[in-house]
Design a protein around this ligand. Structure first.
Ligand SMILES: [Zn+2]
Length: 408
């Protein structure tokens, strides 16, 4: 190959002195391109630890990196990597401009991986670039870890917390979101009170201030309550309105299930009609619903009460809303519908956090949205081998992180 062509590859790789491309070998059958890179004779290097310069190569060892394909040819870069002897730090391998230490990929190849991993499952990506997926995961973990760890959480005041299921069964991770920046900032295994403790520690080691967290939105679980009270002592708790509503929907469904034992024909195949918002029903479902609403059914009474509950969130004045909810509970108790009464007791036991919505106006709608993206990614990936992989993927989806190598 001509010297001219070597210079061309050198430019394509972005190499500068003392590094140069010394040979290019092209294997048509193997569809492989091998670039050999070497440093100029007499070149000096810096200690990677302290930066002291002017150190000659102490010894060298040959290493190889996967680079971005040139067209459809897998491309590899091979170089003698020098070690230097620093008076203070001893014998150390020098920093290389094209790869980070311990990686078998060049920075550009890693940048390609990080750009693609947002778009497809790691297994698909690994197959596409012809690498084993554990090697690809190692790269993804590295850059996500760096990005997660370099977050600055100063000024974090309003937090949303929710769990998401990681595998079939009872395995969960908990996601903490900054409701103002609208992104996930911390993800941890489990869904118990210790997840909040882990979050508060993370917050403190990343520029945040536990005492500054003034609002937390969460479900009514004892675990999150205990965690928040113990670890975010200044926070006012708002119970997420969608979680509250889902308890009420379950109560309506329970009434329907009980009643359908005696009214099989009337209530057959109507389950989702009672649970969906009227606006989301098809015309046919709406007609059927209107017919049913004229029947003397307990399900109708439960459904009507549930619709009336929703107005609590529509009332602008907090005191009026609170009074409205009190009256609503009296009606529920008068209805004699046991599942409804149980829901009313739950409201009373969690009163302040339910009412708090009228002051904070925060919900976990953001986390609900992120959760459907997370579960969709999980389905595409057909699950994750480990919670570590799952958590890394959540950070990529929810974190708005700039995860990837910095290419000079
Ligand atoms: Zn040194």
């Amino acid at each position: 190959m001509q010297a001219q062509d070597l210079l061309l590859f050198q430019a394509a790789l972005g190499l500068s002195a003392p590094w140069q491309v010394t040979s290019v070998e092209f294997d048509r059958d193997a569809r492989r391109l091998d670039l050999r890179v070497d440093f100029l004779k007499g070149a000096t290097f810096s200690c990677p630890e302290c930066g002291v310069s002017g150190l000659k190569a102490y010894d060298t060892s040959e290493k190889c990196w996967r680079h971005m394909d040139f067209w459809q040819h897998q491309t590899y870069l091979t170089a003698r990597v020098p070690r230097v002897r620093c008076a203070e730090h001893g014998v150390r391998q020098v920093a290389l401009p094209w790869a980070r230490p311990q990686s078998g990929f060049t920075l550009l190849f890693e940048a390609l991986i990080m750009a693609m991993v947002a778009e497809m499952p790691v297994a698909t990506l690994a197959a596409l670039v012809g690498e084993h997926d554990t090697r690809v995961w190692r790269v993804v973990h590295h850059y996500v870890d760096v990005a997660v760890d370099s977050q600055d959480l100063a000024g974090l005041e309003r937090v949303g917390v929710d769990e998401t299921s990681s595998r079939r069964g009872h395995d969960y991770v908990t996601v903490f979101a900054d409701l103002d920046q609208r992104r996930g900032v911390f993800v941890v295994e489990g869904k118990d009170h210790e997840t909040v403790q882990a979050f508060s520690l993370f917050l403190q080691t990343h520029g945040g201030d536990v005492g500054q967290v003034s609002e937390v939105c969460q479900d009514m679980s004892e675990a999150f309550l205990k965690g928040t009270r113990e670890n975010l002592p200044e926070a006012q708790i708002t119970f997420d309105r969608y979680h509250v509503r889902s308890h009420l929907s379950k109560a309506v469904d329970e009434v329907r299930r009980q009643e359908s034992k005696h009214h099989k024909d009337l209530l057959r195949n109507t389950r989702y009609m009672w649970l969906k918002r009227p606006a989301n029903l098809t015309d046919r479902q709406r007609d059927l619903l209107d017919e049913l609403l004229a029947q003397p059914l307990e399900t109708v009474r439960a459904y009507t009460l549930a619709q009336q509950f929703d107005s609590f969130y529509e009332i602008a004045d907090p005191d009026t809303a609170q009074e409205y909810l009190r009256r609503w509970i009296i009606e529920v108790d008068a209805s004699g519908l046991e599942p409804g009464k149980r829901f009313a007791r739950m409201l009373e036991d969690h009163w302040d956090g339910v009412i708090r919505w009228h002051h904070s106006q925060i919900s976990n709608g953001l986390l609900e949205g992120l959760n459907s993206l997370i579960q969709a990614a999980k389905r595409r990936a057909r699950g994750y081998r480990s919670n570590r992989n799952f958590i890394t993927m959540i950070y990529l989806i929810a974190g708005k992180l700039n995860a990837g190598p910095v290419i000079a």
